[in-house]
Design a protein around this ligand. Structure first.
Ligand SMILES: Nc1ncnc2c1ncn2[C@@H]1O[C@H](COP(=O)(O)OP(=O)(O)O)[C@@H](O)[C@H]1O
Ligand SMILES: [Mg+2]
Length: 245
């Protein structure tokens, strides 16, 4: 469970300090796929980065499973961060490393008790025949599959995805959304997705926070409001995509 209570964060802009995140309260349930949607500059990434303490709020509190993450230091901070996977808009792959080497990178940064095998994540993301390829030889969708595989190999408790489909075309967006949905289903982690695309929220998320100028203006309950209909059209889309391949 991730709880944010009255979190705010100011940055200095060209007209002086402004609140990038302004008094947000929300809680994200265990194993939920939770979206954060809003326009560029709304504060989405900053809000998400509170969860793994890459940003610290000026006021308010962020609790992950009851632990105040902004108070963590040293080993306990590293221990918190190492169990959180991240997926990025521009993939953040190392160009001079193969797919396999990129995916194995997190295991070189920290020691883990329980990880997935390279074969399992390659198979799960459909990259088995690309393991020796370099990023430049891959399509955008394949690059993002590498990004997802690299996040999954540590068996994260929480998966943070910052605009994971924003650099991809529409069909690839749905393909990657499906990989993320499948990953949550298979490995049971909590997933938080920042996006400015409503379609991604509707097809993938259980609930989503709507941010505007740093303020939380709504929590959309995707399943209750439009889940069934959008889920059907989503699967229809996925089937179409698979048929085309
Ligand atoms: N480290 C920083 N220093 C100064 N301003 C920042 C910093 N990080 C974000 N901002 C500003 O805070 C606002 C919110 O940023 P961000 O959380 O990245 O928004 P979003 O992800 O919704 O596009 C933007 O105006 C951005 O320029
Ligand atoms: Mg952002």
């Amino acid at each position: 469970m991730i709880e944010m209570m009255g979190v705010s964060k100011s940055f200095s802009g060209k007209d002086g300090p402004f609140k990038a995140v302004d008094g947000v309260d929300l809680s994200i349930k265990e194993k939920e796929i939770f979206g954060i949607i809003g326009e560029s500059g709304a504060g989405k990434s900053t809000l998400m980065r509170f969860i793994n303490a890459l940003e610290t709020p000026d006021s308010g509190q962020v609790l992950v499973n009851g632990v105040a993450v902004d108070k963590l230091r040293g080993k306990s901070l590293r221990n918190h961060q190492k169990h959180i996977g991240m997926v990025f808009q521009h993939f953040n792959l190392l160009a001079n490393r193969t797919v396999e080497e990129n995916i194995l990178l997190p295991l070189k940064l920290h020691r883990y008790d329980q990880v997935l095998t390279i074969d399992e994540v390659l198979e799960f993301t459909g990259l088995t025949d690309k393991r020796s390829s370099y990023p430049a030889e891959l399509s955008g969708g394949q690059k993002q599959r590498v990004g997802i595989a690299r996040a999954l190999i540590i068996r994260p408790h929480i998966l943070l995805c910052d605009e994971p489909t924003s650099a991809l075309d529409e069909n690839t967006t749905y393909e990657i959304a499906e990989v993320l949905r499948k990953a949550q289903n298979e490995y049971g982690m909590t997933v938080v997705i920042v996006t400015h695309e409503l379609g991604v929220i509707k097809t993938l998320c259980h609930r989503a926070a709507v941010l505007e100028h740093g303020r939380l203006i709504d929590i959309m309950d995707v399943v209750r409001n439009s889940g069934k209909r959008s889920e059907q059209s989503y699967y229809a889309r996925v089937l179409e995509v698979l048929k085309d391949e």
